[in-house]
Design a protein around this ligand. Sequence first.
Ligand code: FE2
Length: 144
Amino acid sequence: MHIADNAFMPQEIPAMTQLHEEERVMLNALYPLLAQATPDIASIDAHLDALLQHTTVHFEQENRNMLIIEFRPYPVHKDEHDLALSAMTSAFDHWKASRDLPVLRHYLETELPAWLQQHIATMDMITARFLKMHQDKGGVLAFA
Ligand SMILES: [Fe+2]
């Protein structure tokens, strides 16, 4: 499994594209670990913890910037983030309790990339457009 370089739509806010790219790279680093004959559980767990941490920060940054520009669809976009984060937490908790590799692989190789691709091309794309308009009018945003 490998997520192609152009899989995630580039955004009008480069900091958003950067966050998505970092997650694409993190996932691509995880896939070979999942495909090993004898998986290195500790290494997989460390990668999952880093991915959860990164995703949490990524969503917080988008949420914070939507609030700055008083973006009307904020509740809908934030709700998608909350659901995705809770799905990720459940998937990783399940993995740590069961060590069921096929279930973890299905989440990381199918569910999560499909969610990211769809979310980035819809919610993030329109959000970035409005953030860019705010920036073009001299407004300040809060990306790290
Ligand atoms: Fe988003």
